[in-house]
Design a protein around this ligand. Structure first.
Ligand code: ZN
Length: 329
């Protein structure tokens, strides 16, 4: 989704290999003076770090490989801290108060999570400030991939350095998998509604579609003209698959799209105004243009839509097909 060239990759890696982001250095802070030796050793040998710094292949991992990063980490964690360690790690939140000098293994897991959230949140925050705009622009996304109904372009002021950028969503939430907080393939530019209101920290791990906009290739919209209602024709079939279910329910896709009756009304109005007979009438007065060419001109806003830039693209495409292209009169 986010694509950076070789030079930017080099810069980013150099940036994250600074002393500030080195686990060895961070652990020298007096607040870790009483850390248990085994926990210290664990933190210095994290599977996604090398010599205390994020590994290059973790920072630039393919999305499909992120599950391997997650599973390797948890395998090591469970080997040292027991079967409950995964659950404890996942459910421990940023604001937990923990005691590094405690002998209790569960407490140690909480401390590890706290340490990683702190370290990787700071890395993400600084990366967002310095490289955020560039990273978002590199995705070449203009519309939110989760809902396909909001623009997410970067807007820059001509007068000053002010700019408006969309959210960057952590596909696998950083509250659960903090070590993927800066992995580029885990960052998805998204609209505020989808990222902060709808998705928040819903766990997409093992039950999601990537890239998220792929769902719109599968959805088939339909409508009921008497009820003035839009619905997803194959909803039952999609919801039976866990990854589609997660997407449909998290972002309320059916409900959100049902609310766009203005699209339905506008296509119906135009189709009624330009029935087949009317188009044929116009064709009689335009030398050289066939009825089907005239239809294309009349309905140009649906004929020449850009999938990448048109809001509600799939809805418009499906309704246009049903109402205009398949109409007999
Ligand atoms: Zn959205």
């Amino acid at each position: 989704m986010i694509k950076v060239d070789k030079q930017d990759q080099k810069d980013l890696l150099k940036y994250f290999h600074k002393k500030d982001y080195d686990t060895n250095e961070i652990l020298k802070d007096p607040i870790f003076a009483y850390i248990m030796p085994a926990t210290k050793k664990f933190l210095l040998n994290l599977s996604f770090e090398e010599n205390g710094r994020i590994k290059e292949d973790v920072l630039f991992s393919d999305q499909v490989k992120n599950s391997l990063i997650i599973e390797t980490f948890f395998t090591n964690l469970i080997a040292q801290y027991g079967a409950n360690a995964r659950d404890i790690f996942i459910t421990t939140s940023e604001d937990v108060v923990c005691d590094f000098s405690s002998l209790n293994v569960d407490e140690q897991v909480k401390c590890i999570k706290k340490f990683l959230i702190k370290k990787y949140s700071r890395m993400y925050k600084n990366m967002r400030n310095i490289y955020g705009k560039k990273l978002i622009q590199s995705s070449e996304l203009f519309i939110c991939p989760y809902c396909s109904r909001s623009y997410i372009g970067v807007i820059e002021s001509e007068k000053n350095s002010k700019s408006i950028t969309p959210d960057l969503d952590h596909f696998y939430p950083k509250s659960r998998y903090p070590f993927l907080a800066v992995t580029l393939s885990n960052l998805v530019p998204a609209c505020l509604f989808c990222n902060q209101r709808a998705k928040s920290s819903v766990d997409f791990y093992k039950s999601s579609i990537y890239p998220p906009q792929k769902i719109f290739d599968e959805i088939e919209f339909d409508f009921d003209v008497y009820m003035n209602k839009i619905y997803i024709k194959n909803y039952g079939q999609l919801i039976s698959r866990p990854e589609y279910k997660t997407h449909l329910e998290t972002f309320l896709i059916q409900e959100v799209y049902a609310s766009h009756t203005e699209v339905l009304k506008s296509i119906i109005n135009k189709a009624q105004k330009y029935r087949k007979s009317k188009i044929e009438d116009i064709a009689k007065y335009t030398m050289g243009l066939s009825a089907s060419e005239i239809k294309k001109i009349v309905f140009f806003e649906y004929e020449f839509m850009s999938k990448k830039r048109e809001l509600l693209y799939k809805l418009k495409q499906d309704l246009y097909k049903l109402i205009v292209l398949e109409q007999t009169e």
